[in-house]
Design a protein around this ligand. Structure first.
Ligand SMILES: Nc1ncnc2c1ncn2[C@@H]1O[C@H](COP(=O)(O)OP(=O)(O)OP(=O)(O)O)[C@@H](O)[C@H]1O
Ligand SMILES: [Mg+2]
Length: 598
């Protein structure tokens, strides 16, 4: 399934999304609630200073009450101290819970990602996957708690200050609150813009990440073909695009805060005018008005925070919509109900009229039909792009056949659990992938239970020792991302050793020795001959010398099985494709000599 760029129909289904994230909040709910409870007094204490101004003005400045004069400043410091302690606690709790929630969302997503099938990775770029599986959940889950916290303390701050205002004069308070509500209206108007900008930005940032990954992985091609400018231009274009998206959002959203401020100032002006009237007519003390106006001014901060939080929450819900969408993507390949455990293989592997297409409407394999028994080696040869690797891909079920079936001992592999199927297969791919880490770690990935002796054995058989003793730390040498510090042939040998260590009953070798020189190939080939004894083996090779020990040879041309038989049988086919290939590789003479010896 291709991850769409603009997605998440659920972006504004707040209840739905909250329900979904709640599953991740639940395990730490106790601390989340504690954090919120602590946020209440942090907010409320904002009102204390404003409240204290009334007695200060009326009792201290006007009535000259000296006891009060001494107490009020102490009180203020005391409250500030208390507020500080609570703030710290609140900070600690929100970070703790925020990170816990983010981590569990990320872990759950990564778990989904590692179980995705190859098709998913064919369709989605590394950059998009990185942003969607890493950046979005970060924004979503950490943001939601942070902002809820800010929302809580600002909310309670506002409540406390409004309380102080009401206490001083309910009439003035009504004026103040009405103005505030009006000031909030613009927030609701821009959420669509925020959603669209956020979706666009996600896509751009995915492209940028892909650009980085390609610059990394393709650095040699980039240098050799002088593509530095070309790569840079792609990057600059994306950066500019992101700039435009952000600026268009700022253009539309940037006036919100000034408008809110303007409306608020109208409120303050109204309050002052009306307040002056109330004080001069004796309906209110000057202390009350002072306390009221201070509350109103102090109210600006929590209200602004509330406004920002509202805007942030929109971004967060958009990210959350995108994040939870990922949880609803399931790999197309999964165990059938009642799938059976593959225990051992007695008869072999059968391709039963298999057809396959990666992309609908473009057949890559057409009606492939053959059997390979246990102890038998089938070589697959044929034109480049003909479908050889595809045949290899179908056996461990990287993809499912489009029609027909692949059977092991007569059982359709779709009826076998994926894990047990793959446990029975060792592969060496055409484009070998090694993980960053040490050579030993890479070998152990073939079989985590391998003993030291077994490792030594495959190191010798795959001819690794030849270069290992030149490495500073031998088997424990770090080999960089994708094994970049090794030569192509060295990488291939590590991959062969990894497959040997796995020692599985089905062996697939896709151009496994193509990067080795003739001498190394001959030696590794011998080792491979040991590996493949009594196994069901598929060997794909262009170099026909590689397959001379195969029991039978299948010739694949443009997705079709056109010839199959032993070397001798195929050489005897008049106008045979195999014979043609053979003659091209070894020259007419060799082939004639071969014929004479028959
Ligand atoms: N992941 C993929 N998605 C779509 N098409 C693909 C994919 N992988 C391969 N193909 C196409 O399928 C066809 C067969 O490819 P395959 O890799 O099986 O060829 P091959 O016989 O192994 O070739 P080579 O000898 O060059 O390795 C090609 O036309 C290729 O473009
Ligand atoms: Mg191939």
């Amino acid at each position: 399934m291709k991850l769409k760029d603009t997605t998440a129909e659920t972006s504004f289904s707040y209840v739905y999304l909250t329900k979904r994230i709640f599953k991740f909040i639940k395990p730490v709910l106790g601390r989340v609630i504690l954090g919120f409870i602590v946020a209440i007094p942090v907010g409320l204490l904002d009102g204390v200073v404003a409240y204290a101004l009334k007695p200060y003005m009326d009792e201290v400045l006007i009535k000259k009450n000296m006891l009060m004069a001494a107490l009020i400043p102490f009180g203020i410091v005391l409250f500030a101290g208390l507020q500080g302690v609570l703030r710290y606690l609140n900070e600690y709790l929100t970070n703790w819970t925020g990170q816990k929630v983010t981590n569990s969302v990320k872990i759950a997503l990564f778990d989904k990602l590692v179980h995705m099938d190859p098709k998913f990775f064919d369709e989605n770029s590394s950059g998009i996957i990185l942003t969607r599986y890493l950046t979005d959940p970060d924004t979503a889950s950490k943001g939601i708690l942070d902002n809820l916290k800010a929302f809580m303390s600002a909310g309670f701050g506002a409540v406390a200050l409004i309380g102080v205002m009401l206490y001083n004069s309910w009439k003035l308070a009504v004026v103040g609150v009405v103005v505030l509500l009006v000031a909030f209206l613009p927030v609701a108007l821009i959420r669509k813009r925020i959603k669209s900008a956020s979706n666009k930005n996600m896509k751009i940032s995915g492209n940028i990440t892909t650009n980085f990954n390609e610059t990394y992985a393709g650095n040699k091609i980039m240098t050799a073909y002088n593509l530095a400018q070309y790569q840079k231009k792609k990057f600059v274009d994306k950066i500019n695009e992101s700039f435009n998206v952000n600026m268009s959002l700022v253009k539309r959203a940037g006036w919100m805060s000034p408008i809110m401020y303007l409306i608020a100032s109208v409120g303050i002006a109204l309050v002052m005018a009306y307040g002056t009237h109330l004080v001069t007519s004796g309906a209110m003390t000057s202390g009350s008005l002072l306390s009221f106006v201070t509350s109103l001014l102090l109210l600006y901060k929590p209200v602004k925070t509330l406004g920002n939080t509202m805007t942030n929450l929109q971004t967060i819900f958009v990210a959350m919509g995108r994040t939870f969408e990922l949880f609803d993507i399931y790999p197309e390949l999964k165990d059938r109900e009642n799938a059976i455990e593959l225990k051992q293989i007695e008869h072999g592997v059968q391709f039963d009229h298999v057809s396959f297409e990666y992309v609908e409407g473009t057949p890559v394999l057409k009606n492939i039909d053959f059997k390979v028994g246990v102890g038998e080696t089938l070589a697959i040869v044929g034109n480049s792009g003909g479908g050889k690797t595809t045949i290899a891909n179908l056996i461990p079920r990287f993809y499912d056949v489009t029609s027909g079936a692949i059977r092991i001992d007569g059982i359709d592999i779709r009826d076998i659990t994926l894990e047990s199927l793959r446990n029975h297969i060792s592969v060496v791919f055409q484009d070998n992938f090694l993980f960053s880490g040490t050579i030993r770690e890479n070998l152990l990935m073939g079989n985590f239970n391998a003993t030291e002796d077994e490792i030594d054995n495959v190191v010798r058989m795959a001819h690794l020792d030849e270069f290992l003793h030149e490495m500073p730390d031998g088997l424990d040498t770090e080999i960089g991302e994708r094994g970049t510090t090794l030569s192509g042939g060295q990488r291939q040998r590590v991959a062969i050793a990894r497959a040997m260590l796995r020692n599985a009953p089905i062996v697939i070798l896709d151009e496994a020795t193509s990067a080795l020189d003739n001498k190394s190939e001959a030696i590794v080939q011998k080792a491979l001959d040991n590996l493949i004894q009594d196994k069901t083996v598929f060997v794909i090779a262009h170099r026909l010398s590689t397959i001379k020990n195969a029991h039978r040879i299948a010739v694949i041309n443009e997705g079709e099985l056109i010839e199959m038989g032993t070397h001798d049988e195929l050489m005897n086919l008049p106008n045979g494709k195999y014979r043609l290939l053979y003659e091209m590789q070894f020259g007419k003479e060799a082939s004639e000599m071969q014929m004479q010896t028959l």
